[in-house]
Every structure is written in C-alpha cells, then in structure tokens.
Design a protein around this ligand. Structure first.
Ligand code: HPA
Length: 352
C-alpha cells in the first residue's frame, strides 16, 4: 500500500485571521476513497482528496466535484448513505406516507392545503443534499390531503448544483423507503411545442433522459431494483387518467407531452431547442427525469405535471431569466395547486 506522502497545507484564507497551519500525514488506506473534511468553525470547510488536491467551500456537503473525478461510483456507499438518511427519518418522524410529492417552482405554498403532522428540514438529515437555489429552501412536510397520507418535498436539489447524480435522486429513493407507493413529480419548464404558452400545464406522458447522467450507472443496488429496468410505462396510466379527469372537472387546461431533462444551469440555445423539437420533446427543464428513473427502478407508480413557465429559447425574442420563470410559475400556482390537491385525494383509492 503506497504511503500517502506527508503534506503541509497552509490554510491561507482571508476569513482565517489566525492563519492556521495544519499538517496532515495520513495513509491512503485511512483516507480511503472519501474526501477528508476539516472543520474550522465559522470559517470554511477544507477538503483534501486522495489525490492530495485541496479545495475549500462554504458548505461542508459540497463534494460533488470530488465524485465527478472518480472513475466509477461506489454504489455500496450510495446505499449506505440512503440507509443512514432512512434511519434518521425513523428516529425523528413517526409518519408513513402513501403519496410523495416533489414541489417544483411556484408550488412552495402548497403545504397550506395539507393538514401538517410533522416537518423534517433536510439540514437535519445527516448526509442529505441541501439545495442552494434561491426559493428552494428544503424540508419534508408530512401530513394529510383529505384522507391521503403524503410527504411533500419542499425544495429539491438539481444536478447543476454540483451534486453527484446519486444525491439528486436520494430524496426520491428515501420517500419510497418511507412507504410512499406513488410519486407525483412537478416542475417548471420551457415550452417547445408551438401551441404551448407561458402558464400552460402539461401532463408528462414520457420523457427524454439522454442529456442527463443516468442515476443507475454503477454497480446495481439490488436491494432497490433490477439492473435493467423497463422504461415503457414510467408514467402510470391510471394516475394520468385521474389527473386528466380532475383537470376536466375543474376546467383546467391540461396539455400532454414529452419532457426532456437537460443538465442546465444555462438555459438552452435556440439550436438545442430545435434539436429537442426534432427529437419529439414538448417541454424542457433541468429536473424530474432522473428522479423518475430512480423511482421507477424501485417500482413506484409515477406521474408528473410540468408548468410551462416560458417559451423555450429562440421561440420568442426575449432573453430568458430565472426571475421570469419564477414569476410565471407563481402566477399559475392556484390552478396547479388545485389540480395537484384534487388528484392526490383521488389517488387515495389506489393506495389501499
Ligand atoms: N429551460 C430549461 N429549464 C427551464 C426552462 C427552460 O426554458 N424554464 C423553466 N425551467
């Protein structure tokens, strides 16, 4: 076993008034294949990885950069982390949900329609990825919508924030482990189909995943699902029927289409939108598909509705902004919330 050479790191940070010198001499087998974190209270987190590279971050959990360097993902660690998060949930929360909901942009106030029984901030779950996106403050909310036991994800993490893709899908996996059989995914998207308009709601019938990393890459976690999951019926037909019937009953215009996930964080170029149009995409966004893949792997019934917050790049002349996306999503929120609430109440019949 090669010795990891003695290293001297002079932590030279403007926040660090004392100018601390730290010497670390560690064997490679002690450091293993994980980053080594040094905590300096109120300052920064310093990371030394096995290649001896040194970096700093404001957040102790920002280690996505390190995973990106690895040749493969150690799935036993992924599973271990998931089990740890599950243990943490079990210790803190006495509530078993039937339906899991991921709240996308604009749905941050959806919790008000829930008879809330418990909350669990992501930051209180050891190892859980916490979003950095403004407006995506994160916590699980447990409670009832009608008679249906739900867990809401208020805030999700995105791949573009720098997390490994296995962290991005950890919450969906965790909600299945909590007991949820149904996963309702929501998001904001850019509309690609020419008949779409800002503020349209689109039922996700299918997806295009090939522009984002597949979360199942790496040795299969047999405890979660099979190596080669079928993807023919990711979006459950019965759930789709219910959502369409609720839309009709409530006079909510509901389009249907194919959602494509790209990584972001930059919006797409007009040429990319033309490409996606050619491929059959109806709307584009930066989330959802990887969560659907992981949940499908675990055998969840999945459905999704996207709020088309803007026309995609090049479809009108105005440049796109995150603020515009949020404003449009907020404006659609009342009818989106109605569709979500009434559909979830009807899903109750499928949960027994
Ligand atoms: N592109 C990608 N993601 C998005 C968009 C978009 O135009 N709008 C909202 N999320």
């Amino acid at each position: 076993m090669a010795e990891w050479s003695a290293s001297l790191f002079k932590i030279n940070n403007t926040c660090n008034a004392k100018g601390i010198d730290i010497i670390y001499e560690k064997k490679r087998d002690i450091i293993e294949d994980l980053s080594f974190f040094i905590s300096i209270p109120f300052l920064k987190w310093y990371t030394i990885d096995i290649d001896g590279e040194f970096s700093s971050s404001d957040r102790p959990w920002s280690y996505g950069h390190y995973y990106e360097k690895r040749k493969g993902v150690d799935m036993s660690k992924v599973y271990e982390k998931l089990l740890k998060c599950y243990e943490c949930y079990q210790e803190k929360i006495d509530f078993k949900p039937d339906v899991a909901v991921v709240l996308g942009s604009g749905l941050g106030n959806f919790a008000k329609v829930v008879d809330v029984k418990a909350e669990l901030p992501y930051a209180e779950i050891e190892g859980f990825p916490v979003s950095t996106v403004p407006g995506h403050a994160g916590k699980f909310i447990f409670g009832y919508i009608g008679d249906v036991a739900v867990v809401l994800m208020q805030g999700r993490v995105h791949y573009y924030e720098g997390y490994p893709i296995t962290d991005v899908v950890l919450p969906a996996r965790l909600m299945k482990m909590m007991g949820a059989k149904i996963l309702f995914l929501t998001n904001a998207s850019g509309g690609i189909r020419p008949d779409f308009h800002a503020g349209a709601l689109m039922l996700i019938k299918d997806h295009i995943s090939c522009f984002a990393p597949n979360p199942l890459i790496g040795p299969n976690i047999d405890e979660l699902g099979t190596r080669f999951p079928d993807m023919t019926h990711v979006y459950d037909e019965d759930l789709q029927q219910i959502i369409m019937s609720v839309a009709k009953e409530n006079n909510i215009e509901l389009f249907e289409g194919v959602y494509a996930q790209l990584t972001g964080p930059s919006f797409e170029s007009p040429a990319e939108i033309r490409m996606l149009q050619t491929l059959g995409a109806s709307a584009v966004g930066m989330s959802t598909v990887v969560e659907a893949i992981a949940a499908n792997h675990m055998g969840m019934k999945i459905c999704g509705v996207s709020c088309v917050s803007n026309l995609a790049a090049g479809m009108n002349s105005a440049p796109l902004t995150h603020e515009e996306v949020q404003e449009a999503a907020n404006a659609v929120a009342p009818k989106f919330e109605k569709l979500l609430r009434e559909s979830i109440i009807k899903f109750g019949a499928l949960c027994n």
